[in-house]
Design a protein around this ligand. Structure first.
Ligand code: PEP
Length: 254
């Protein structure tokens, strides 16, 4: 059975004091491993201090982005080796905010995903449709295109090391959550895409998270769906109580 992963994307929020105290609170909540994986994604400048606090706890950490090259003259960028060096297990790639605001294309996301996998870093590859695309009945087509291009060239034996996050753009930071049925429909489609590209055995191993206004009061409905294997949480991950309530929902279903 796939383990739930509840991932907190702090985005460009919190200062050093705030990051430290949130990390401290999570380390106290989850001192030892349970049936649910928990991870946070602080701003990269705070990764190292958060890592020191979380080290030895059950909470993993990762970065919100990386560059696909190993090292060199790439001012402002961070490589997967550097992330591993500060203990990251995960990296978020292709978040819709980066796709829209920083011109992150499927091609770039794919190069980063391959580079992350090559160094044993787990990419959390985000995809999702806009409201306009959903209303035009293009959700399936958009998701398929992003799936094919962002995850191109990943061999079968590596696909279990990828986490996919379905994040409808219209649900991110808006308070408009996809219903459990809407989310499950897309997750089931993604699972079918994995089956047809690989096979059902490989497809069953891949975790597909839902993201977009996940809160304590909708977590059970979403996480209770057969193809939803966790949540990528933005706003509600910035307070330890609301994040812990979402993690508790996963524990209740695990
Ligand atoms: C996100 O940042 O990935 C996200 C889903 O944000 P929010 O939970 O605030 O909608």
């Amino acid at each position: 059975m796939r383990r739930f992963l509840i991932a907190g994307n702090w985005k460009m929020n919190l200062d050093r004091k705030g990051s430290d105290s949130l990390a401290r609170s999570l380390a106290e909540h989850y001192p030892s491993p349970g049936n649910v994986d928990v991870a946070v994604f602080p701003p990269s400048v705070y990764l190292q201090t958060v890592a020191r606090i979380l080290d030895g706890s059950a909470v993993g950490w990762g970065a919100q982005n990386m560059y696909h090259q190993g090292n060199g003259a790439y001012t402002g960028e961070i490589s997967s080796a550097m992330l591993l060096d500060v203990g990251c297990r995960y990296v978020i790639l292709g978040h819709s905010e980066r796709r829209v605001l920083m011109d992150e294309t499927d091609l770039k996301v794919n190069a980063k995903a391959l580079a992350a996998l090559a160094t044993d870093l787990t990419p959390v590859v985000c995809l999702g449709e806009t409201l306009e695309q959903r209303e035009a009945g293009k959700t399936q087509e958009v998701i398929k295109r992003q799936f094919e291009a962002s995850l191109a060239g990943i061999p079968a034996e590596m696909i279990a090391g990828v986490v996919i996050a379905y994040e409808p753009v219209w649900a991110i930071g808006t308070g408009k959550v996809a219903t459990g049925d809407q989310a499950q429909e897309v997750h089931a489609d993604l699972r079918k895409m994995l089956v047809s590209r690989y096979n059902s055995q490989f497809a069953e191993q891949v975790r597909i998270l839902y993201g977009g206004s996940v809160k304590p009061d909708n977590a059970i409905d979403l996480l209770g769906r057969p193809d939803i294997d966790g949540a990528l949480v933005g706003g509600a991950s910035l307070k330890s109580d609301s994040f812990a309530d979402i993690v508790a929902a996963a524990f209740a279903l695990a």
